[in-house]
Ligand binder design. Structure first.
Ligand SMILES: [Zn+2]
Ligand SMILES: [Zn+2]
Length: 169
């Protein structure tokens, strides 16, 4: 995903807007259990700050993920804000080359940065819905779709003691 900053860099315009779209499915293999179902859309504003370029905007993606409770897949939409500072390599001060991202010539390649933002935004575990019933621990059916007859014993220890006591009669 490349942004051509030739114009904004030469300050012909101080600010430029970009709407970009790219298929990120080639990154699927880097993401365990997650795949991109639609191209990633990025809306960016590039602002010439004089010594560097401020790149900021929105990232929108739709991922297919697996629910950690019921193991069904579902669509997980993402809408993130993004901001980076980029500086031309030939103009970068020592400090800038440590804090900003460096680009050559007139194009900045933001795919890796966009992927990083997406990865950072993912939760440790996906849950398809707060009401997800998960899998039956006895027979393994998905309890969102199927009901089963399994009895899951959840005996209160105080009641268990009482049951023992009443057996003595
Ligand atoms: Zn679920
Ligand atoms: Zn069951």
């Amino acid at each position: 995903m490349k942004v051509n900053v030739a114009q904004v860099r030469r300050n012909e315009i101080g600010k430029a807007h970009f709407d970009l779209e790219e298929d990120f499915s080639s990154y699927d293999s880097e993401l365990e259990g997650v795949s991109f179902t639609t191209p990633v859309r990025v809306h960016l504003q590039v602002i010439n700050l004089g010594e560097s370029l401020l790149v900021q905007g929105q990232i929108q993606a739709e991922l297919k993920v697996i629910c950690g409770r019921c193991m069904d897949d579902f669509i997980y939409p993402l809408d993130l804000t993004y901001e980076d500072e980029w500086v031309l390599s030939s103009l970068a001060s020592e400090e800038q080359s440590e804090t900003a991202f460096v680009f050559e010539k007139d194009e900045i390649e933001i795919s890796e940065r966009i992927l990083e933002q997406i990865v950072l935004a993912l939760p440790m575990r996906f849950i398809c819905s707060p009401e997800c019933q998960g899998l039956c621990p006895v027979c393994g059916v998905n309890r969102n779709h199927t009901s089963c007859e399994c009895m899951i014993e959840q005996i209160d220890p105080r009641l268990a003691a009482l049951a023992q006591w009443s057996k003595r009669d």
